[in-house]
Design a protein around this ligand. Structure first.
Ligand code: TTP
Ligand code: MG
Length: 347
């Protein structure tokens, strides 16, 4: 294969992190998401999937399917942290990485010295060693096939799709497996008797345009193994931030300060890992009555100096009034560039 693209996707991501952090959840049907009956399932452990529970299902229905399941709300800042750790591993190995969501990314390899399968195995082992999580990987020559492959034998999967395997490997797949075909299009096609990719080969381009809208032509090519999309490696990060809505509104400035300091530790770790410098610090507050304020301040030079950043965060916090209860607090670093501080001081 000339161009190697791998698609990585963590297994039952939020649920796996919870099982890692809480040994009592291991081996159990664990459901992460809204815990009230009005809530929605974010994801669930593979043990819970045996009961038919899926992402996006109402918690009410999930509870009916699995009354003895463990239902938890989850800890999103922890998932973000683990996600960052995994992406930093992927970034180290590949020539370009494009993040697609909190737990999935495409990685391109331009000049493979080793066999792609060997590299993929090494990355999987590294992710397991550094984070304790299993990640599934699909290897192919374009994005569409790589993504299809990462889903092939989840969890802990590894699947290669070479150009020799196309198109016959696609024949028996249900059309819902075609990334880019939404649920509406799938339903519409099912209604006219099209269920598998092999059924689609009978139709010409105009049919695709008519039934699948503006992505129709794209889909026509994808199922023939053609996908020219690039792995867009260098997304410029304009800001990084984190925020939290509290279970009960907070009344003390001390609590807010502690929370923002926690965010600050998290973001400093992030900018260190990313090797970036920042210029602006912003604190966002939402009061119990849903009014918002945002306060920010900027350095004259880009920096990654922890002490300076912490001082600046405290400066900005002084601008926050505590005259009403607080529902949400957030911290953002913006005006971000890549580079080293020493180099910057030369300018
Ligand atoms: P996915 O990768 O779609 O799911 P997953 O990692 O839980 O399971 P799989 O092994 O099949 O990959 O999504 C990643 C995370 O994103 C998931 O753990 C929770 C979150 N998520 C939601 O919050 N809501 C959703 O509807 C989906 C699909 C995911
Ligand atoms: Mg996943």
């Amino acid at each position: 294969m000339s161009r190697i693209i791998m698609h990585f996707d963590l297994d039952a991501f939020f649920a796996s992190v919870e099982q890692l952090d809480n040994p009592e959840y291991r081996g159990k049907a664990l459901i992460v998401g809204g815990v009230s009956d009005r809530g929605v399932v974010s994801t669930c452990s593979y043990e819970a999937r045996k009961y038919g529970i899926r992402s996006g299902m109402s918690s009410y229905k999930a509870r009916k399917l699995c009354p003895n399941g463990i239902f938890i709300r989850g800890s999103h800042s922890r998932y973000r942290e683990v996600s960052r750790n995994v992406f930093s591993i992927l970034e180290r190995y590949g020539d370009a990485m494009e993040k697609m969501s909190i737990d999935e990314a495409y990685v391109e390899f331009k000049d493979c010295q080793k066999s792609p399968v060997e590299i993929a195995r090494e990355i999987k082992a590294k992710v397991l060693e550094e984070t304790g999580l299993t990640i599934s990987v699909g290897i192919s020559y374009n994005k569409f096939l790589a993504k299809l492959a990462s889903d092939w034998n989840k969890p802990d999967g590894l699947k290669v799709i070479t150009n020799k395997m196309v198109p016959h490997i696609l024949y028996d797949l249900p059309i819902s497996k075609v990334h880019g075909l939404g649920k509406k299009s799938v339903d519409k096609l099912n209604r006219i008797g099209i269920f598998y990719i092999r059924d689609l080969y009978k139709y010409d381009k105009s049919f695709f345009e008519q039934y699948m809208g503006k992505w129709g032509l794209e889909i026509y090519h994808r199922i023939r193994g053609i996908d020219k999309r690039k792995v867009e490696g260098h997304h410029e990060r304009k800001s990084i931030g984190t925020e939290r809505t509290f279970k009960t509104d907070l009344e003390s400035m001390e609590d807010i300060r502690n929370i923002i300091h926690g965010f600050c530790d998290q973001l400093i770790e992030d900018i260190n890992k990313k090797d970036v410098l920042i210029k602006t610090v912003s604190v966002k507050i939402k009061y119990y009555d849903f009014t918002n304020i945002s306060r920010s301040n900027s350095f004259t030079n880009y920096t990654r100096n922890e002490d300076l950043i912490r001082q600046m965060v405290d400066e900005v916090l002084k601008e926050v009034k505590m005259d009403k209860k607080i529902r949400l607090a957030g911290l953002t670093f913006s005006n971000i560039i890549e580079g080293e501080e020493e180099q910057m001081s030369l300018f």
